[in-house]
Design a protein around this ligand. Structure first.
Ligand SMILES: [Zn+2]
Length: 69
């Protein structure tokens, strides 16, 4: 299923910009995020996100495949 992905504009000190799926709870807490696009998998989305912000990583809740933790 294709989903909308977003990257937070405010970067984490260590890891950089956190990427989320549209319905992640983290996004509702911090709505200040940039739309990355519509993708079928977080691994595709993070490739696009890293072209804009090289230090993008996946949220451990909604993008665990791309999470550093
Ligand atoms: Zn998330």
């Amino acid at each position: 299923m294709r989903k909308h992905y977003y990257v937070k504009l405010v970067a984490h000190d260590t890891w950089g910009h956190e990427m989320h799926v549209e319905n992640c709870d983290c996004l509702s807490e911090h709505p200040d995020a940039e739309h990355v696009g519509v993708f079928s998998h977080s691994r595709e989305a993070i490739v696009e996100a890293r072209m804009r912000y090289t230090n993008t990583y996946g949220c451990k809740e909604c993008c665990p495949d791309c999470s550093p933790a």
